[in-house]
Write a protein that binds this ligand. Structure first.
Ligand code: NZQ
Ligand code: ZN
Length: 386
């Protein structure tokens, strides 16, 4: 492995069909005032809201509600939550929903008492104080890994900037409750969007570096499991085995474990975040549409890794093929997986227009793993993805 690291992840995970029961014990650790943060109402339709409120009442908590957190959570909603935390002396923020709700809750948690938090903490990446308000999460939509990390991606709609920051581990949810059955009602569109998000997190950490390291083997195992479970979940959304495997794979893919000791890429995410700022698209679908053109653009710079990906993940037959042919066959297999899983392959199907492409490209961060891209190259990739 190339890099030294410290690994510490303090989130307590309660996983499984009965995991909501653990909320009783968790709530006892915090004060009386709980801010319940959730989205547009899916948690009410699926009955999770009633169950959570009953437990909060049983534990004699004062409940304050901050609902209406949208996908690609907006700065204005985050600031609304901060005001509620300050006004009601909140002791615990309880986020119930997908990555957007949990990200927004973490954003509220670190922003209390900070003047212009978006500029200070996200744009200028200033240090975050340790006295942030604790967050707990109950996950209902799988993909981001937000339930197990310190990440918070916030969109400033006015200035069309969507930016993520991975905060130190004291910002992680103190606990996360993961019941795969709560995810059965997610639409197929959102389910496969989340699945590609997981796949992308794995690829962003895999396609970088030349060294032999444990992390890449872990990533390969997660990718293989995800491919198997995706096929099953597409046939039967209520296949507990498949949905539980997907849920745990998502958490493991972005709790920082599988990136330890190695270089990482994250350029696809950078581009998608700006695509999201302009179109408000589902995050994973944006990643699906960008990934294939991106990897075709950069594979030559990390040829051996792309050959390994083709052979180990997609079982590409390497006989009588050059390394280039094997690598390209692996990327083609990824493209086929995207299509077969009903994911999106073109950003025009996500609301992007030709006029937007240059603005998206030039507002995306120039980063990269095997190749650091220029804005002009990002523009070319977006045209390919269009
Ligand atoms: O708003 P509600 O009514 O809850 O509906 C949501 C939303 O419309 C719905 N949903 C959630 N659970 C459901 C359900 N519908 C039916 N049944 C259920 N059980 O699903 C829709 C999408 O939810 P959202 O939270 O937006 O999806 P996701 O989990 O994909 O989160 C995406 C956000 O996370 C960020 C993305 O950029 C995006 O802003 N990310 C966060 C990361 C992190 N914290 O580490 C890393 C990721 O790479 C990503 O950038
Ligand atoms: Zn992602």
């Amino acid at each position: 492995m190339n890099f030294d690291f410290t690994f510490y992840n303090p989130t307590i995970i309660h996983f499984g069909k009965n995991s909501l029961n653990a909320l009783h014990e968790e709530l006892k650790k915090y004060g009386q005032n709980v801010l319940l943060v959730y989205g547009g109402g899916s948690i009410k339709q699926i009955g999770v809201y009633d169950k959570v409120v009953k437990i909060l009442n049983d534990e004699r908590k004062n409940i304050f509600e901050c609902s209406g957190i949208t996908p690609n959570p907006k700065l204005t909603d985050m600031l609304r939550g901060v005001r509620m935390i300050e006004d009601h002396h909140i002791d615990l923020i309880l986020a119930v929903g997908g990555g957007s709700v949990i990200d927004c809750a973490k954003g509220m948690s670190v922003s209390v008492g900070i003047k212009d938090p978006f500029k200070t903490l996200w744009l200028d990446q200033k240090e975050v104080t340790k006295n942030n308000v604790p967050v707990g999460s109950i996950l209902t939509m799988v993909g981001t890994g937000s339930e197990f990390n310190g990440g918070s991606v916030i969109t400033d709609e006015e200035h069309k900037i969507k930016i993520g920051r991975v905060f130190p581990s004291h910002v992680n949810p103190k606990f996360s409750i993961l019941n795969p059955e709560f995810t059965y009602t997610v639409s197929e569109y959102q389910m496969v969007s989340g699945i590609f998000d997981i796949f992308s997190h794995l690829m962003e950490q895999y396609f970088s570096g030349q060294d032999d390291n444990v992390s890449d083997y872990l990533i390969e195992g997660l990718m293989k499991s995800l491919i198997v479970s995706t096929k099953k979940a597409l046939i039967n959304k209520e296949d507990y085995e498949a949905r539980s495997n997907i849920m745990w794979a998502a958490s493991l893919a972005l709790n920082t474990l599988v990136g330890k000791g190695k270089e990482q890429d994250w350029e696809v995410h950078n581009i998608e975040h700006q695509l999201g700022a302009y179109t408000d698209c589902a995050h994973g679908m944006g990643l699906a549409a960008i990934s294939v053109p991106y990897y075709r653009h950069i594979y030559k710079y990390g040829l051996d890794k792309f050959v390994r990906f083709a052979k180990n993940i997609w079982n590409v037959d390497s006989s009588n093929k050059t390394k280039e042919e094997i690598a390209l066959a692996g990327i083609k297999a990824l493209e086929d997986f995207i299509k077969e899983s009903h994911m999106i392959s073109h950003i025009k199907d996500l609301g992007a227009t030709e006029e937007m492409l240059k603005d998206i490209a030039y507002s995306s961060a120039e980063w990269g793993g095997y190749k650091k891209l220029t804005h002009e190259e990002i523009y070319e990739i977006l045209k390919e993805a269009y």
